[in-house]
Design a binder for this molecule. Structure first.
Ligand code: ADP
Length: 341
């Protein structure tokens, strides 16, 4: 029994999975998922699940396959036996051999093979779950796996298909659209917009192809953004974390400083208001009394100072008198009294 839908669009012109005609399926990527590969990336795109791994660059054997001035990029696309509803016979097929060849060539303009003469860079794309668009999904994952492996590249490669369903162009075909649509046009391109893969299944007019390519360009822009976000997450983390930590520390310090200065300001404000309150509540009579007391204290110290001076002067006079008395004569009490008077 055919599972062909009766119609591909609802009354609002939306596709059966709720997308607009120019909308790609949700895509998530994670880099560095395999520890034994030099580079890896796991990608989910709608119901597609793809794992890409890169080994190399390493010396190529047998030697007769070596390229003296550059590395050989070997791309192997494979669908797992359990990736579709009916079990796929394991091993290479005509389809997978063809996809492997054209997908490897999609990286020709970006991979800087001249840095690794006589070496091989192996790219493995394993489709774990297929739901149309697996070759494009594999290319999107392989790009990030290559970067993850540290292979020098001039830029990224993104891929997306456009097709025709019910006479209408739709971006990123899902399984029913791919199976029962009128055409399927998978395209890969560089960030500069150079097309590195273009295949076509079905019939499209030249005008439809041009329009389709423009739709793919838009889709690839979104994929590049997703890839770049994944790269930032993978390689920008340490630096970003440092910057973030610094910023957080700075913010913490600033807030602490603010708290301290706020507390000090509050304290000052409290003191000021207390002084003000005290000044307001002070009885003017009390102030007069305080002032009088202070004046009295001043007078007392002045008096004490004068008294001290008098005592010193008296002591001096006494010393002089004692010195003027003839030796051996003792003054009588009366004389003493007289003198004092
Ligand atoms: P792509 O996955 O790149 O769109 P195709 O257009 O050849 O490649 O295939 C479309 C979809 O058809 C695949 O994603 C997969 O779901 C399904 N398919 C492809 N080959 C097989 C197969 N041998 N057996 C079962 N389903 C398959």
């Amino acid at each position: 029994m055919s599972d062909k839908p009766e119609k591909f669009f609802d009354e609002n012109g939306m596709r059966l999975d709720g997308r607009r005609v120019d909308e790609i399926r949700p895509m998530t990527v994670e880099m560095g998922v395999l520890t034994r590969a030099d580079g890896s990336c796991y990608l989910e795109w709608g119901n597609n699940k793809v794992l890409a791994a890169v080994y190399g660059p390493r010396e190529l054997h047998p030697r007769r396959l070596q390229r003296p001035g550059e590395a050989l990029v070997r791309y192997r696309y494979n669908m797992a036996a359990f990736s579709v509803e009916d079990r796929i016979r394991p091993g290479p097929s005509r389809r997978s051999t063809e996809i492997s060849k054209v997908s490897g060539e999609a990286f020709e303009p970006v991979v800087m093979k001249q840095f690794y003469p006589s070496a091989v860079i192996d790219v493995f794309a394993e489709v774990l779950q297929a739901d149309a668009g697996t070759r494009t999904a594999a290319i999107n994952a392989a790009t990030l796996a290559l970067v993850d492996a540290g292979i020098p590249m001039k830029g990224l490669v993104a891929a997306c298909a456009v097709g025709k369903v019910d006479g209408q162009l739709v971006l990123d075909l899902n399984k029913p659209e791919d199976n029962y649509g009128d055409a399927d046009l998978p395209i890969a391109m560089t960030e500069d917009g150079d097309i590195t893969l273009l295949q076509m299944d079905g019939n499209l007019t030249a005008e439809e192809i041009s329009k389709g390519i423009e739709m793919v360009r838009e889709g690839c822009e979104q994929i590049f953004a997703i890839q770049k976000a994944a790269l930032l997450e993978r390689f920008g983390t340490a630096e970003e974390e440092e910057i973030l930590e610094d910023a957080e520390l700075q913010a913490e310090l600033m807030s602490e400083e603010e708290e301290v200065s706020e507390a000090a300001e509050e304290e000052d404000a409290v003191e000021e208001s207390e002084d003000l309150e005290a000044a307001e509540t002070e009885d003017p009579e009390d102030v007069e009394v305080e002032e009088a007391e202070a004046m009295f204290e001043e007078d007392v110290t002045e008096f004490e100072v004068n008294e001290g001076e008098c005592e010193e002067a008296a002591a001096e006079v006494n010393e002089e008198d004692i010195a003027s008395e003839p030796e051996g004569e003792e003054s009588t009490e009366e004389e003493g009294e007289k003198y004092e008077q």
